[in-house]
Design a binder for this molecule. Structure first.
Ligand code: SF4
Length: 478
């Protein structure tokens, strides 16, 4: 008995196989090919769609776009790796018809057309809409921090720069004192000790300190809170379990029917506050509905944003965070104070009426503060309510918008579970399965292009799982 053996490599074939024979009818590359061929790349803004009449012919942007979509679908994002695949991967050889662009051509294409990838992503969303893959009833919005091409050591805040400048001064003082001591010893012993090492150290500290001073001045001039050296647009931000990292904040709006991404955007805001209406509004337009429900976590709880949602026909469900010094200290939370809209007063847990006493401004909002000094003075519950002489409860003039949302949430307690099940699926897939937890390019516009390709690849993989390559090809033909 022998092992199964292949045919000889030098065997001549009478009827040679075609490249097409290696690519099955349900292979993803068949859809990528048809999808890109169906796009109007000129309209989408791609460069070099029309070949020049003179000079050496360049690559068709359609071929390079196919290569990138294939790469992002198969965890191959680097231009050098894509070049290698063009030589050895039969699917890429089929897709590019034996073209073998070099890595620089591939990388330049992504850089030059970075703003066009979002349009390609949107075109695929429209195909999903045609296939009725969106429920168009509930959107879940969330953000994640994706690592930028910038280490923590190359990111500076005003506080860290001031601290480093001060530390450098202290170290310089110590070294200069040591130099003085060495000089004194030289005079006493009448021979010269060469302490070049110390002099070099002093030079190095001074050079770094000057660099830090320049950066601090730069921050004072621009009014920015931090500066990154490798990727100037990236920011140090809190990234959940990963702690502080220099990252970008990727926002997505997901339709809850099949967890497909409807809208995505990358920003360098450190938090999600204020990004709800900005993300969900365009998603509503793309889905072509007049009104839609939107659910998000407490990181999006901002009165201006919830108000913007109401104005844009977005019915928001955002859980309320427990903020404020009273809650942190374990005193009664604001929720136990009942607001009477008609009478414009609060009823406190002791049944006392708290009326308006102060009007102030916070950002662009008018803030009213309610209290009842006389009642608090003799209140038996005061030790549970405040450590001050009387308790103050604040309310924004337009806070009715938050009350309406709280009422909606009370009626639909399942909303937060729905949010978790839908919006965390794409991020989990992107970071774990697609291995795209870090950007490869620098600057905001470039990472936006990268993330559009990532979101497109996620949606494409998901749609293929749902309707298959044949289903997607059929949608292109209708
Ligand atoms: S301390 Fe003041 S606000 Fe608090 S329960 Fe007593 S009366 Fe009401």
């Amino acid at each position: 008995m022998t092992h199964i053996s292949g045919s000889s490599r030098s065997q001549l074939l009478l009827l040679p196989e075609r490249v097409d024979d290696y690519v099955g009818p349900n292979n993803t590359v068949r859809f990528i090919d048809a999808f890109v061929d169906d796009l109007d790349l000129k309209e989408a803004g791609f460069t070099r769609v029309q070949p020049k009449s003179t000079g050496r012919p360049g690559y068709d942007p359609a071929d390079l776009l196919k290569l990138y979509i294939y790469g992002y679908l198969n965890r191959i994002r680097s231009s050098r790796k894509l070049e290698i695949e063009a030589h050895r991967n039969i699917e890429v050889i089929w897709l590019l018809r034996h073209l073998k662009p070099d890595f620089k051509t591939i990388a330049d294409f992504r850089r030059d057309n970075r703003s066009c990838f979002k349009k390609v992503f949107r075109e695929f969303v429209l195909i999903c809409r045609k296939l009725d893959l969106f429920g168009r009833k509930l959107l879940a919005v969330d953000g994640t921090k994706i690592k930028a091409v910038n280490s923590k050591a190359n990111n500076f805040t005003r506080v860290s720069l001031s601290k480093m400048i001060k530390e450098a001064d202290e170290r310089l003082d110590t070294y200069l004192k040591r130099l003085d001591e060495v000089d004194k010893d030289d005079v006493e012993t009448n021979h010269c000790v060469n302490d070049g090492n110390l002099t070099d150290k002093i030079k190095g500290i001074k050079a770094r300190q000057n660099q830090h001073k320049v950066l601090l001045e730069q921050l004072e001039e621009t009014g920015e809170s931090q500066v990154s050296l490798s990727d100037p647009d990236s920011r140090r931000m809190m990234g959940g379990s990963t702690g502080h990292r220099v990252s970008y904040n990727a926002q997505i709006a997901v339709d809850c029917k099949h967890n497909l991404i409807v809208e995505q955007e990358v920003t360098n805001h450190g938090s999600d506050l204020g990004l709800l209406a900005k993300t969900a509004g365009p998603a509503r337009s793309v889905l072509g509905v007049e009104k839609i429900e939107v659910v998000a976590d407490k990181g999006y709880y901002k009165i201006e944003d919830i108000e913007a949602c109401e104005n844009d026909n977005l019915i928001a469900y955002v859980s309320k965070p427990q903020r404020g010094s009273s809650v942190a200290a374990g005193y009664f939370s604001k929720e136990v104070f009942q607001f009477d809209e008609k009478g414009d007063f609060y009823i406190c847990p002791a049944g006392q009426k708290l009326s308006t006493r102060y009007v102030s401004k916070l950002r662009d909002n008018t803030r009213l503060t309610y209290c009842n000094r006389a009642a608090c003075k003799v209140c038996p519950l005061r030790s549970q309510c405040t450590n001050q002489r009387f308790r103050k409860v604040s309310r924004f003039e337009n806070e009715a918008v938050l009350d309406r949302m709280a009422e909606r949430l009370k009626k639909r307690p399942e909303m937060m579970n729905l949010r978790r099940c839908s919006v965390e699926h794409p991020f989990g897939s992107i970071k774990q399965w697609m291995n795209q937890g870090a950007f490869l390019t620098c600057r905001l516009e470039n990472v936006r292009g990268e993330f559009s390709l990532t979101a497109l690849a996620y949606n494409m993989r998901r749609a293929i799982n749902l309707v298959g390559v044949k289903g997607l090809l059929a949608a292109l033909e209708t």
